[in-house]
Design a protein around this ligand. Structure first.
Ligand code: SF4
Length: 345
């Protein structure tokens, strides 16, 4: 890959030749995410961070960090994966969806000229992770697909140092790019934002099927997977829609954790009320009826414990992001011996 430097908005930013693209009819076709943008010279793709410069696709946000924090892994959320550990969490700018309810819109809608962006190398991130005593790296806050090259380079280096890498993603990525990610990634939480193509088109500016394909492919690639479904009143909280989602999730893996999260008004959806607890509980019951074994509620103070699906004993108790391991022995339920599918415990 070729290192380059671009001047944008009066400041210098780093960038690298992108990995996933091809030349197509006097333009470039980006092969990274499912939009497959056609980009003519001097222009950027829909995400705003990949540009055609002199016939070469540039990953302009390579190494550009907008936020870095040490977070509980439960915040991603990832529940049975290295529970009760802190993870160095990084985000950049931009997004390939345009969700009207985005809760991170300050960075998802920001451009490369956002103030206070820091430029880091993969080595910087790994060293910072080791210095802070973090067990791994979480790619989160904005969509990690958009700086896939930097994330992959860093995750490969992190793995050499015994660190894990996790993604919090909308799943809108093409198969070859996803396979490259899966080779150096340990876990993913994928947002399934609704279960109709109309919802994805009208609310998120995307399509449903590529997201489902990502979950199925990442599962085949052996990643630890969890799904988050944010329930938005009147938009994606119909009983039939949730039921279809649950049946689909169960057809992939009944042991895959599912998080039904409460919506709070944000960004362009300030006129929609928060999700009633009764809707979250209805979704949980539908998931259990479909056979899902580990179903959690999110953004509320109840329904966060890991409960043995076989005997009902509480194995991990959660109060906010605080976790108490109450009923686990060698990864299994202490009471009945059922496999709780815990990773790193
Ligand atoms: S990552 Fe997606 S949105 Fe961005 S240029 Fe490529 S295809 Fe377009």
């Amino acid at each position: 890959m070729t290192g380059v430097l671009w001047m944008i908005g009066g400041g210098s930013i780093s960038g690298k030749t992108a990995r996933h693209w091809h030349v197509s009819k006097e333009a470039l076709r980006c092969d990274l995410c499912s939009h497959a943008c056609r980009i003519v010279e001097g222009h950027r793709g829909r995400c705003g961070v990949r540009s055609n410069r002199a016939g070469e696709l540039i990953a302009s946000s390579y190494g550009l960090v907008s936020a870095v924090h040490l977070d509980p892994i439960e915040k991603k959320p990832l529940y049975p994966f290295h529970p009760a550990t802190e993870v160095l969490s990084l985000g950049s700018v931009g997004c390939n969806m345009s969700c009207r309810h985005c809760q991170n819109w300050l960075i998802s809608t920001a451009g490369l000229d956002m103030p206070r962006l820091e430029t880091l190398t993969p080595k910087d991130v790994v060293q910072s992770c080791l210095r802070k005593g973090s067990a791994g790296i979480a790619w989160t806050y904005n969509e990690p697909t958009l700086w896939q090259e930097f994330v992959v380079d860093t995750s490969r280096l992190a793995r050499e140092q015994g660190l894990f890498s996790v993604w919090v993603t909308n799943g809108y990525i093409q198969p070859e790019a996803l396979d490259e990610v899966c080779e150096c990634t340990d876990a993913m939480n994928v947002d399934v934002k609704g279960f109709t193509d109309n919802f994805y088109r009208d609310i998120c500016g995307a399509r449903l099927q590529p997201v489902l394909d990502t979950v199925e492919r990442a599962h085949r690639n052996g990643l630890h997977l969890e799904i988050t479904y944010l329930l938005i009143p009147t938009h994606n909280d119909g009983r039939d829609e949730i039921s279809d989602f649950c049946d689909w999730a169960a057809s992939i893996d009944r042991g895959m954790p599912v998080h039904f999260s409460r919506f709070h008004p944000d960004h362009l959806m300030m006129d929609v009320p928060p999700t009633p607890l009764s809707t979250l509980e209805m979704a949980r019951d539908l998931a259990r009826d479909s056979g899902m074994e580990f179903v959690y509620l999110g953004n509320v103070l109840v329904g966060n414990d890991t409960v043995c699906p076989s005997c009902g004993a509480v194995a991990l108790e959660r109060r906010g992001y605080r976790v108490t391991i109450t009923g686990v022995s060698e990864g299994r339920c202490r009471r009945c011996g059922h496999d709780l599918r815990l990773v790193g415990l």
